[in-house]
Design a protein around this ligand. Structure first.
Ligand code: ADP
Ligand code: MG
Length: 730
């Protein structure tokens, strides 16, 4: 399979929605054959391809084309046809346009200001137009008379109409056989060493032969392909490389997207199988003798979402299968309560439950809330942190070790530092959005016990992204807030209004509330003209709020200092906290009612949402003020954020606006996923099918040993060999 880095996919004309249904191949291939994938023509090194001499081997390798198969997977990054290409006669000043035509003359023109401009006159069937590249005289060596150019850029008036290409490619060079078919023009990822027209030539010279071998890789049987409306591999590649219409490319893309999603889900399914299925977990015994009294003691009803998620958790815990579940819920959706009920399921059957928070201060916060609810029921809640006195800590550890501590709250050190739990039945991990598969696997074993695992995340992400990143986990969504919450009021202000913003902060502080002021950077940066936390801390303390208590919190402080500042803010010893995004992780300060975010355009929407969630945790009406001086594009984004209170919706907007590459980038595990063809916004349905089929297959045949599944196993190994070793599967 291709070892090409993730690349974005783009079709320049609207997708053809019905395209996926039109499988014209109708062949009777039997995919689940009885033979393993043998060495195929597609495994031959690229140097045996027609038109690839020894000199091209390394440059092609750098593009990811090492074998013949890689050439098939080296699909166009762009498609143009009559709907995107304009006849030059119809160009108009002002807009953007894409044109295609042959270079009739060219040259470098100096201007009076010393700028040198490369110009080429390009002709299509409708006429001629001047293309101009100011400041790029070297293009004179790259572009030749007779070349066929495809170029996109703004159209200006400069001694006549002129198109200034932002992007261009030499589609064809005179003397080479062109790769144009029908009326769709494809543009491949290319490089300095392997220009566009060379790639096109190599594809054209080899495609027919390679397509004949493409179905050798086929692993889907006709029935499955039919059900999903997917073409054969050969058909997919044909449509991608030689589309007859732009909709063709989408049909091909969908097929490769399914493959990508299916094999990734297969890898996840195997990890999941090893985590929860292979050795049985604890079959918890639920008696309701603690759960019922807790229900009765609560002054409110559970939300429907809480009740549903609790059923999912309880089902996992009371089955012999081990639980490995992720609960996602917005700030305030009531995750702590869900965790608490889960812990009671463990305690009722005689087990211990541990809850781990990312920081000591959060552990203390949880301990306080949980103890208030459980101690009246006679369930002891034990806190273990590094700040406790030696004697208190010793006593706590003894209670854990002799089993009398039933619910234990601490940081991740709880497990890592070898605290001895004789009967550990459940581990709850809080706020661990950034937990990778390997870290989760480290939790998996505690002295030969296999506790159930529940992970709570306050960072909602779209379901398709969650399934891709955490496909080895089962997902529960707390997608409903308890009734009666006053939503945080979000407003947008320009830097000119900063004085008014501070006056508002002053007013709120005067009423006994507290405020956060967040900056994107710790220190001033020479490159970026941004206000930074340290500088503004000095200024705000001295000039703006001289009679208020102002604190500073950022990631470069030593951790005990961070802890000290956070505590004094929580305890009301500070009025204003100047900070960077380190405050993102779930601290609960009910008196904080204002969140001011400077340079708001620098933050992702999900990050803004996290920050906004730090206020509105008490009774007072709360405010989030975004200060931003920006162009229309980010203003749009921020306005959308202002109107959206639901974290899942914010996350979907983030995915739409920033693209999946960006979101993957922030997550090491996701980066490995490197989806090239699948689009998490449009392919959710395919993804759900891919996960369902992958999980089913692994349940039937965990190691993919049946002869009929060998081909699938070979594919999986080709794609994910490294990761399979790392995760100990396969
Ligand atoms: P999260 O951990 O998801 O941010 P919490 O569990 O801290 O949310 O809950 C936030 C607040 O809402 C707490 O004060 C909690 O007591 C309250 N709460 C939880 N569930 C409900 C409910 N079903 N109805 C009303 N209030 C609730
Ligand atoms: Mg279980």
């Amino acid at each position: 399979m291709p070892s090409i880095p993730a690349r974005s996919w783009r079709v320049c004309s609207p997708h053809d929605p019905g395209a996926g249904r039109r499988d014209r191949s109708g062949g009777a291939h039997v995919a689940r054959g009885t033979h393993a994938v043998s060495y195929s023509q597609l495994d031959r090194p690229a140097q045996y391809l027609k038109g690839v001499g020894p000199k091209r081997v390394d440059p092609l390798g750098r593009l990811g084309i090492i074998t013949a198969r890689d050439l098939l997977y080296h699909t166009p990054r762009r498609y143009d046809d009559a709907s995107t290409i304009q006849p030059v006669r119809s160009l108009q000043v002002g807009g953007e346009a894409t044109v295609m035509g042959r270079v009739r003359s060219k040259g470098v023109i100096p201007t009076r200001k010393g700028l040198r401009i490369f110009q080429a006159v390009v002709q299509d069937e409708s006429g001629m137009v001047n293309l101009a590249w100011p400041g790029q005289p070297w293009l004179d060596r790259k572009i030749r008379e007779g070349d066929v150019l495809l170029a996109t850029g703004p159209v200006r008036f400069f001694h006549g109409l002129q198109l200034q290409p932002r992007e261009f490619t030499v589609l064809d060079r005179e003397g080479m056989k062109g790769g144009e078919r029908g009326h769709v023009f494809v543009t491949y990822p290319a490089s300095e060493d392997v220009p566009q027209w060379v790639i096109r030539h190599v594809v054209e010279a080899n495609l027919d032969a390679l397509l004949e071998h493409a179905d050798h890789d086929e692993y889907l049987d006709d029935e499955v392909r039919g059900a999903l409306g997917l073409p054969l591999l050969s058909e997919a590649f044909r449509r991608l490389h030689r589309p007859e219409g732009i909709g063709d490319a989408e049909v091909g893309r969908r097929r490769l997207a399914f493959d990508e999603l299916f094999f990734l889900q297969l890898l996840h399914a195997q990890v999941r199988y090893h985590a929860i299925q292979e050795d049985p977990g604890i079959e918890h015994r639920r008696t309701n003798e603690l759960i019922r009294p807790l229900h009765e003691a609560l002054p409110f009803q559970l939300t429907d979402a809480q009740a549903r998620v609790l059923r999912e958790i309880s089902g996992d815990m009371t089955s012999s299968r081990r639980m490995n579940r992720l609960v996602q819920g917005d700030v305030g959706s009531g995750k702590t309560l869900v965790a608490l009920f889960a812990m009671l399921v463990a305690v009722e059957g005689g087990y211990q439950a541990a809850l781990m928070a990312p920081t000591e201060i959060l552990a203390e916060q949880h301990h306080e809330k949980i103890a208030a609810l459980l101690e009246p029921l006679g369930v002891p809640v034990t806190l273990v942190t590094g700040r406790m006195s030696a004697a208190a800590k010793r006593a706590a550890l003894e209670a854990v070790a002799d089993g009398s501590a039933r619910v234990v709250v601490g940081t991740h050190a709880l497990i890592q530092e070898g605290v001895e739990f004789p009967r550990l039945g459940l581990v709850v991990v809080d706020e661990q959005h950034r937990f990778g598969v390997r870290q989760r696997m480290a939790l998996a074993e505690h002295r030969g016990q296999r506790p159930d695992i529940l992970i709570m995340s306050a960072t909602p992400i779209p379901r398709s992204l969650a399934m891709t990143l955490y496909g080895d986990l089962d997902l529960s969504l707390l997608d409903e807030l308890p009734p009666g919450r006053t939503p945080v009021r979000t407003s947008l202000r320009s830097p000119h209004q900063r004085d008014a913003v501070y006056a508002f902060v002053e007013e709120e502080v005067g009423r006994g509330h507290q405020a956060y002021v967040v900056f994107p950077l710790v220190e001033e940066s020479e490159k970026l003209d941004l206000r930074s936390a340290t500088d503004e801390f000095a200024r705000l303390g001295k000039e703006v709020f001289p009679h208020r208590r102002v604190g500073l919190l950022h990631g470069k402080l030593p951790s005990d200092e961070k802890d000290r500042v956070m505590r004094s803010f929580r305890d009301g010893e500070l009025d204003v906290l100047v900070a960077t995004t380190v405050i993102e992780v779930g601290i609960d300060v009910p008196r904080a009612s204002v969140m001011v975010i400077e340079h708001a355009e620098r933050f992702g929407l999900s990050q803004l949402h996290q920050l906004r969630g730090r206020v509105g945790r008490g009774a007072a009406e709360s405010h989030c003020v975004l200060v931003s001086d920006t162009g229309a594009e980010s203003a749009e984004r921020l306005k959308l954020f202002r109107e959206t209170a639901d974290g899942f919706e914010v996350a979907r907007a983030d995915l739409r606006l920033r693209g999946q590459g960006d979101l993957f980038g922030a997550n090491q595990h996701g980066r490995d996923a490197g989806l090239r063809f699948a689009d998490l916004l449009t392919d959710e349905e395919l993804l759900v099918e891919a996960q369902r089929r992958a999980r089913e297959l692994v349940l039937e045949d965990p190691e993919l040993e049946h002869p009929g599944n060998r081909r699938i196993r070979d594919h999986l190994h080709q794609r994910y060999r490294d990761r399979m070793e790392l995760f100990g599967v396969g």
